[in-house]
Ligand binder design. Structure first.
Ligand SMILES: Nc1nc2c(ncn2[C@@H]2O[C@H](COP(=O)(O)OP(=O)(O)OP(=O)(O)O)[C@@H](O)[C@H]2O)c(=O)[nH]1
Ligand SMILES: [Mg+2]
Length: 317
């Protein structure tokens, strides 16, 4: 049986293979993605981000279980994981939730985007797409919150959960404006430790300031204290996620951000193609070594050389 057929029948093996093909940018992967693109039905992507060790995996694990109990099918992507999913709960569940027909309600995939040109928004987006086409109701994406990667998660997810811990106190004060912009739900995890209340009240004041400047739009951004390891307040977190999703859909914000993401995605795909094709043809036609000789001997410089290449190329006309 061929791969697309097995994929359509819900075979986990086919899902894993297709994800690998996408990750490795195998030949024709875009054609395969195009074929399955419209098999997705209203699935939702939720991003979980935060500094290393704040409890992202623990919370993703808890949320995944709760969603499974609601009979939702869940895909999980851990991007650049610094530590593996602990506790073994996921592995155990993966077996337990596996149907007799080889289908599964839970599928976990770790992936490395470090160094890849598409970064988080490229590859992860495509892997999530495969999971959605496979039939998962929700795809949970864990990314370590460092720099741009953290902010890129917005381009991949419908909803972003930003996780802090009591020790984040000072960090909240100096929190990048970007992080405040992207959060749909704030979690203060490890609330069993001292300082959680302080972080919560700092967040409340920051959101109030933001509201003053930007109007009412983030009225329903929840701040939830959790204890991941004790599974405490997971129900509250799930409620906050649910209600934020509903309000984003009702207000039209979801539609708007979907369109914005699609715009970026189309551009990125076209750009990738364009850059790879043009550079291939450039290096086939241009005598680069001659140019280098000219630069080294002092007759030419890299800027003028590049300008001439560009002006001689079909795109400049
Ligand atoms: N005290 C306490 N520890 C917790 C809580 N939640 C998670 N932890 C612990 O914090 C450590 C890190 O948890 P992870 O879930 O692996 O954190 P992470 O954010 O996924 O970590 P990275 O993926 O490495 O960035 C583990 O030892 C957890 O058991 C909590 O609510 N309270
Ligand atoms: Mg983790």
């Amino acid at each position: 049986m061929n791969l697309p057929q097995e994929f359509k029948q819900g075979k986990i093996r086919a899902l894993a293979k297709l994800i690998s093909a996408v990750e490795n940018r195998e030949e024709d992967y875009q054609k395969v993605l195009a074929d399955i693109y419209h098999q997705r039905e209203n699935s939702i992507r939720i991003g979980f981000t935060g500094s290393p060790g704040v409890g992202k995996s623990t919370l993703v694990d808890c949320i995944a279980r709760s969603l499974l109990e609601r009979n939702e099918r869940i895909g999980v992507i851990a991007v650049d994981p610094t530590s593996p999913f602990t506790g073994g709960a996921f592995l155990g569940d993966r077996v337990r939730f596996k149907g007799l027909d080889g289908s599964a309600n839970l599928f976990l995939r770790s992936m490395a985007t470090r160094g890849s040109s598409g970064g988080l928004s490229g590859q992860t987006d495509d892997v999530a797409l495969v999971m959605e086409a496979f039939g998962f109701d929700k795809v949970l994406i864990e990314t370590v919150g460092v720099g741009q990667v953290e902010l890129d998660i917005v381009d991949t997810c419908d909803l972003v959960v930003v996780i802090l811990v009591p020790e984040s106190g000072d960090a909240v004060q100096t929190m990048k404006a970007g992080l405040l912009e992207i959060a749909d739900v704030f979690v203060v995890n490890k609330a069993d430790r001292p300082g959680a209340d302080r972080v919560v009240s700092d967040l409340i004041s920051m959101l109030a300031v933001k509201k003053k400047h930007h109007g009412e739009e983030n009225d329903d951004i929840a701040i939830i204290s959790t204890e991941g390891t004790n599974e405490k307040n997971i129900d509250k977190l799930l409620e906050a996620i649910d209600s934020r999703l509903i309000s984003k859909i009702k207000s039209g914000e979801m539609e708007k951000s979907k369109r914005a993401r699609l715009r970026k995605k189309i551009l990125r795909i076209a750009q990738e193609r364009f850059v790879s094709e043009t550079s291939k043809s450039l290096f086939e036609t241009v005598q680069v070594d001659n140019l280098i000789d000219g630069i080294i001997s002092g007759k030419d410089d890299p800027f003028s050389a590049a300008k001439r290449i560009y002006e001689a190329s079909p795109v400049s006309n």
